[in-house]
Design a protein around this ligand. Structure first.
Ligand SMILES: Nc1ncnc2c1ncn2[C@@H]1O[C@H](COP(=O)(O)OP(=O)(O)OP(=O)(O)O)[C@@H](O)[C@H]1O
Ligand SMILES: [Mg+2]
Length: 270
């Protein structure tokens, strides 16, 4: 590791453009996420949040520009190398995206089985991941038998199964009541503060994202506690990006976004 390795971005978008039949959707996005940082992507529906997450996961390729992740230009990787790369990225899809006909165990184990990991190892890792999200008792259930919050926790367990250094969360609290949303936020804090993951998190609910700044997970007590105030011994960095129609409209830390006088940015702070 080079001495300044921690200063190199873990994820970098450089002038990323992508379009579909209807025309260009991302108009040259440049963003950097440093090690252990959580970058919050906020924007109206259709602003390009999910597209950016899919680009970071190597699920899509840009039409122009580069996507660099963990020192590799993933936008230039061959399909075979992309498969290896994706093991390093956990993706919590919008709405969870579980396989409805598969049990919780099969959903969480899916990636490991695809990779041909041996069954004893799979059993161990599935239990570990379900324990992390406190859902061991649901292991044999079908997604349809679970509440929305439980399904979301299963998708977090599935994203964690390969111990990825990067986790991409697509609107992880969307559609959940505030109490259930809080349990998901607690998991996200716990993952950040016990495993040191680097994250991109898309959301419509900026209030949820502020929890990433105001709280941390204390491993000793197993609880969420207030983060040190005034940034004195600030924990992992949290930064905010407001996307507007496929471009970065605003970028800054908590102070910058909460003090912003821009009326478009303010719409997301209500
Ligand atoms: N596969 C696709 N084919 C055509 N258009 C697409 C495709 N994927 C995304 N788009 C378009 O790109 C734009 C951005 O989509 P994206 O899913 O990234 O939005 P989003 O910010 O995640 O929205 P939401 O908040 O509703 O999840 C939308 O206009 C969408 O219709
Ligand atoms: Mg989306």
């Amino acid at each position: 590791m080079s001495p300044n390795a921690t200063l190199e971005p873990v994820i970098a978008f450089e002038g990323v453009r992508i379009g579909f039949d209807e025309g260009e959707v991302l108009h040259g996005v440049s963003l950097r996420v440093t090690s252990r940082e959580t970058k919050i992507l906020v924007g109206e529906t259709g602003s390009g949040k999910t597209l950016l997450l899919k680009l970071a996961a190597g699920l899509l390729r840009p039409d122009a520009g580069r996507v660099m992740v963990l020192g590799q230009e993933i936008s230039a990787l061959r399909e075979k190398d992309l498969l290896d790369f994706r093991r390093q990225v956990g993706f919590v899809f919008q709405e969870g995206a579980l396989f409805d006909s598969m049990s919780v165990e099969e959903n969480v184990a899916y990636r490991l089985r695809e990779e041909g990991v041996d069954e004893a190892e799979i059993e161990h890792r599935v239990l570990e991941a379900l324990r992390f999200v406190e859902l061991e008792e649901a292991i044999d259930k079908l997604p349809g038998e679970l509440s929305g919050g439980m399904r979301r926790r299963v998708s977090i367990a599935r994203a964690l199964i390969s111990g990825p250094p990067i986790v991409l969360y697509d609107s992880p609290t969307a559609g959940l009541d505030p109490v259930t949303a809080q349990t998901i936020i607690t998991l996200i804090l716990r993952l950040r503060d016990t495993q040191g993951v680097t994250a991109l998190l898309a959301t419509h609910r900026v209030q949820d994202a502020f929890a990433m700044v105001h709280y941390r997970f204390d491993a000793e007590s197993g609880r969420v506690v207030p983060a040190a105030q005034n940034g004195a011994s600030a924990g992992p960095a949290t930064s905010f990006v407001v996307l507007r129609e496929g471009a970065v409209y605003f970028e800054g830390d908590y102070r910058a976004i909460s003090d912003s006088a821009d009326s478009y940015v303010q719409k997301f702070l209500l």
